[in-house]
Design a binder for this molecule. Structure first.
Ligand code: GRF
Length: 206
């Protein structure tokens, strides 16, 4: 069983998808801790309801490096081997990335490398998708490296953009796909079916 730590900042619907998948026995892993940088993140309630240790760690007063060191300490203390960013809206420090090289997974609500990077999160992504007029968007699960949304891509899935889509309808459609591919990526990781060769992520589906 792989020990998983989930970092959140908001409602935690991606976290809920992971909790539900573990409850159904789909993932050979267990969530050891949920950490939020926001006290009011509803995802903390979801964790408590699932009897998972769920803690708010206030970033106020810490530099990004200091905060990163605190997070790593809390994760290592619980033998976490896989860190999942499920709507975590802070950039991880270099030390954090180094401490968990190729063991950090992030979910992003677009087809990277489109509509990603600094400033592209949540509804801003879908707004940019609609404004550009692309015919397809989607979601991406990727390993986290020092850049913003630049790590090797694990899974992607496409979502069609319809003429009458709004930010809200697009967000809903993409969120469903996020839940699906995030759970699948974690399942594959926990079964040792993911290898990385440079920028390429090889998935062994047997
Ligand atoms: C999702 O859109 C995710 O792609 C982005 O932040 C949002 C998190 O949603 N990273 P939730 O907190 O998992 O519901």
């Amino acid at each position: 069983m792989v020990n998983i730590g989930v970092l959140i900042s908001g409602s935690g619907t991606n976290l809920q998808a992971i909790i539900d998948a573990i409850d159904k026995g789909l993932i050979k892993g267990n969530i050891k801790v949920i950490i939020s940088n926001r006290k009011d993140a509803y995802g903390l309630e979801r964790g408590k309801k699932a009897n998972i240790e769920s803690i708010f760690i206030d970033p106020k007063g810490y530099s990004n490096e200091e905060y990163g060191r605190i997070l790593v300490q809390e994760l290592k203390k619980r033998d976490v081997e896989l860190v999942v960013l499920a709507g975590f809206l802070k950039i991880l420090s270099k030390d954090f990335i180094a401490a968990y090289r190729n063991q950090i997974i992030n979910i992003h609500p677009s087809l990277i490398p489109s509509f990603c990077g600094k400033g592209y999160y949540g509804e801003k992504v879908h707004r940019a998708v609609l404004d550009y007029g692309v015919k397809y968007t989607g979601a991406t699960v990727h390993f986290v490296d020092e850049g913003a949304d630049t790590g090797p891509i694990i899974l992607q899935e496409v979502v069609k953009v319809d003429n009458n889509d709004t930010v809200e309808t697009l967000r809903e459609k993409v969120l469903r796909v996020e839940h699906k591919i995030l759970v699948e990526a974690i399942r594959l990781y926990c079964e040792g079916k993911i290898t990385i060769e440079g920028r390429k992520v090889i998935i062994n589906r047997e």
